[in-house]
Design a protein around this ligand. Structure first.
Ligand code: PRP
Length: 178
């Protein structure tokens, strides 16, 4: 639980997120030119963003699968290790894969996941992140679609948690310890 010694500040309202997600979907519609997309939702944090995004994509048929990763070691160093704990079940071969993440931080997770998918020879591979904490990067990585660039603040809501809580908030908030 967020205690009295912490400040919760609204970064992006429900309406702001809605508008941005629709814009991203429009761009995706344009780029994929009505071709089928295999959306890979990276659990857990991305489930809200992915479900809104998939309902805003109008021109392409979207099929959905899920992947779950875990990491150990220090994510503030490039030595941090990422592994996959739940693999997608749909055959990736010859699919237009779009990996959907809630947040791009050190870059270790998306770097690992994109390497994994590239080995499976998709037709194309793109990444879409809602939030990008560019200043935290420890490995080089740029997403193809970015919702918002944010400063190095701890964020909750819209799928993002604090000790597994607050994923259901409609807006995105920063949390700062006093
Ligand atoms: C978050 C986020 C990404 C990862 C990004 O997941 O959803 O998967 O961290 O960080 P990186 O760029 O430093 O690798 P988290 O471990 O918080 O798990 P969760 O989504 O299940 O809450």
């Amino acid at each position: 639980m967020i205690g009295d010694d912490m400040i919760k500040e609204l970064l992006f309202s429900k309406e702001t997120i809605e508008k941005r997600v629709k814009k991203l979907a429009k761009q995706i519609d344009k780029d994929f030119d009505s071709e089928e997309i295999l959306i890979i939702c990276v659990l857990k944090g991305s489930f809200v963003f992915a479900s809104d995004l998939v309902r805003s994509i109008k021109n392409s048929e979207c099929i959905i699968d899920f992947i779950k990763t875990y990491s150990y070691g220090n994510r503030t160093e490039s030595s941090g290790v990422v592994s996959i704990s739940n693999y997608p079940s749909i055959d990736i071969n010859n699919k237009n894969v779009l990996i959907v993440e809630d947040i791009l931080d050190s870059g270790l997770t998306l770097k690992y996941i994109t390497n994994y998918f590239n080995d499976l020879k998709p037709k194309s591979l793109k990444t879409c992140v809602l939030l990008d904490k560019k200043e935290r990067r420890v490995v080089e990585f740029s997403a193809d679609y970015v919702g918002f660039e944010i400063p190095n603040k701890f964020v909750i809501g819209y799928g993002l948690d604090y000790n597994e809580q607050y994923r259901g908030l409609s807006g995105i908030y920063s949390v700062t310890k006093l």
